[in-house]
Design a protein around this ligand. Structure first.
Ligand SMILES: NC(=O)c1ccc[n+]([C@@H]2O[C@H](COP(=O)([O-])OP(=O)(O)OC[C@H]3O[C@@H](n4cnc5c(N)ncnc54)[C@H](OP(=O)(O)O)[C@@H]3O)[C@@H](O)[C@H]2O)c1
Length: 248
């Protein structure tokens, strides 16, 4: 029987593959038969991810997605791809009154502009096949809810959703689908950078009807679904993944 969820022989670029959600997504994509191209800045951690992948034929490129020259060199080396998962991202907590222009620019550069330009360049250079799938890891923070101190992060994640919907419309003629995933709190290194005590975290988990934060594999599974033919009629969708948090 044809497995609609298979990624066999699909070439998939995963940004932020050196940790967290990106790493989990790369691993799961390889388990489903994909050939993965791992992107991130930290070469050691990219190599670690490479070692976790199933099957052979995967590659990694260590690059800063905010550096145009690095991105251009990568795209020159790239063959045709069938999917991208944009997981690279940063978080920063700061009260709006103290927000500096530079902080806002850094956030938008990494979370919005870098993935937009990477995708645009891949498309312009005709390095993406018909019927490919593009997945952005956005967040519930911005599109659905927000938190004190999250102005720049929420702005970047809302903007990604607007970008993805417009791309979905403009690329539909090429059969290219574009969707976003909106996770609530996922247990990765990124939440270690948030200034909360372990008691606060345990208390916060009680706000989730399903009783816990998500795991990187929960997001990876949704990304794999959006990359596969099982979602071939889905485009322009924001897929909320929040353990029921926003039901309350
Ligand atoms: N964890 C959560 O609770 C949560 C919830 C909602 C949404 N998200 C989103 O999910 C995505 C992944 O988050 P995560 O929790 O997996 O975070 P993470 O473990 O900190 O991973 C972030 C990744 O982004 C890469 N990265 C950052 N800046 C980069 C740059 N300039 N160039 C290249 N790579 C860069 C990092 O790679 P290097 O360090 O190697 O550069 C790292 O692999 C982010 O977009 C985040 O906003 C996370």
């Amino acid at each position: 029987m044809n497995n609609l969820f298979s990624l066999k022989d699909k070439v998939i670029v995963v940004t932020g593959a050196s940790s967290g959600i990106g790493r989990a997504t790369a691993i799961m994509c390889s388990q489903l038969g994909g050939n993965i191209i791992l992107l991130g800045r930290n070469e050691e951690r990219l190599k670690e991810t490479l070692n976790f992948l199933e099957n052979t034929g995967h590659l990694y490129f260590s690059l800063d997605l905010n550096e145009d020259d690095d991105v251009d060199i990568f795209i020159e080396k790239l063959d045709k791809i069938d999917g991208i998962v944009h997981s690279a991202g940063i978080v920063q907590s700061q009260l709006f009154s103290f927000l500096k222009k530079n902080d806002l620019e850094n956030m938008l550069n990494t979370n919005l502009i870098a993935p937009a330009l990477l995708t645009k360049k891949i498309i312009k250079k005709k390095k993406i096949n018909k019927n490919s799938s593009i997945v952005f890891i956005s967040s519930i923070s911005g599109p659905n809810v927000t938190y004190i101190g999250n102005a720049s992060y929420s702005a970047s994640k809302s903007a990604v959703c607007g970008l993805a919907k417009t791309m979905a419309l403009e690329l539909a003629g090429k059969g290219i689908r574009v969707n976003t995933i909106l996770p609530a709190m996922i247990e990765t290194d990124l939440i270690n950078s948030i200034d909360s005590s372990s008691e606060d975290i345990e208390k916060d988990k009680k706000n989730y009807p399903l009783g816990d934060y998500g795991k990187p594999d929960d997001v990876a599974a949704s990304a794999c679904f959006l990359l596969s033919s099982a979602s071939k009629w889905m485009t322009g969708t924001d897929l909320k993944l929040d353990g029921g948090l926003t039901l309350r």
